[in-house]
Ligand binder design. Structure first.
Ligand code: HPA
Length: 248
């Protein structure tokens, strides 16, 4: 097993880390079935890091079909101990406009029908993990510190409402999320965060705002062109952020 300084799970718009060098691919059968693809392990900023494309490298797996258990198991098996999850989201509250990057500190899970625990199988150990803080505080702080050192503006804190997808939300659904206290909405934050906790992995989310969520901006419709243009913009500083995170 390699010593991995950090694992990155790439979401929509981030399917590889181009700057990885001396890349090895790590693939295994997992107890939970197939992961979204191989873990790519390579040199970056003088350290070994791992990368996995959550939706597959060709974006072929929709949010509700992702095998979150296999993905996290594979990362851990590859040697990862801390995971930075990159998630594309829609912005709800003022601080979370398109192209914003931020590090949420809470979540509400609205997903359904996803296998969301490692204790699904009969006979497996029952795990009641503490989830008061769904993201590892020390890793969140490290990401925020890296952002400050790199001159990258990051929103500190916010509540991520995780919806089922793959469709976007209705205006009324987003109004409910706002009333519930959500600042951002996405489809992939859960069960990933809970499974990371069950596996004993440090885990934090770097949210990239692709669009105003339904009914939040002045647009009447969310277009994919807008989503991808904003994500291209938001992903650009990630390598610099990682460099500072790894230097810490
Ligand atoms: N809703 C849910 N998920 C998303 C959105 C959104 O508006 N934008 C990007 N991912």
């Amino acid at each position: 097993m390699t010593d991995i300084a950090l694992a990155v799970i790439g979401g929509t718009g981030l399917y590889k880390l181009a700057a990885l060098e001396n890349v090895d691919s790590f693939e295994r059968d997992t107890p939970y079935g197939a992961a979204s693809g191989p873990v790519r392990i390579g040199d970056f900023a003088g350290r070994r890091i791992a990368f996995l494309a959550r939706h597959g490298e060709g974006h072929s797996v929709p949010p509700h079909r992702i095998n979150y258990r296999a993905n996290l198991w594979l990362l851990k098996e590859a040697g990862a101990r801390r995971v930075l999850a990159v998630n594309a989201v829609g912005g709800i509250t003022e601080r979370w406009g398109p192209r914003t990057l931020g590090v949420p500190d809470q979540l509400i899970d609205y997903t359904w029908g996803r296998v969301s625990t490692l204790c699904e199988e009969p006979g497996s150990e029952v795990l009641h993990v503490d989830f008061t803080e769904p993201y590892t505080p020390a890793l969140r702080r490290a990401v925020l510190k890296a952002g400050a050192a790199a001159g990258i503006t990051l929103v500190d804190g916010g509540c991520y409402g995780v919806t089922q997808g793959p469709r976007l939300e209705t205006r009324a659904e987003v109004a409910r999320l706002r009333r519930d206290g959500c600042d951002l909405v996405g489809m992939t934050g859960m069960p990933e965060a809970a499974l990371a906790r069950e596996l004993g992995l440090d885990y934090a989310c770097l949210a990239l705002v692709a669009n105003w969520a339904a009914g939040c901006g002045d647009q009447t419709e969310i277009t994919l062109d807008e989503v991808f243009a904003n994500l291209e913009h938001a992903t650009a500083p990630i390598p610099r952020l990682l460099e500072h995170l790894l230097a810490d």
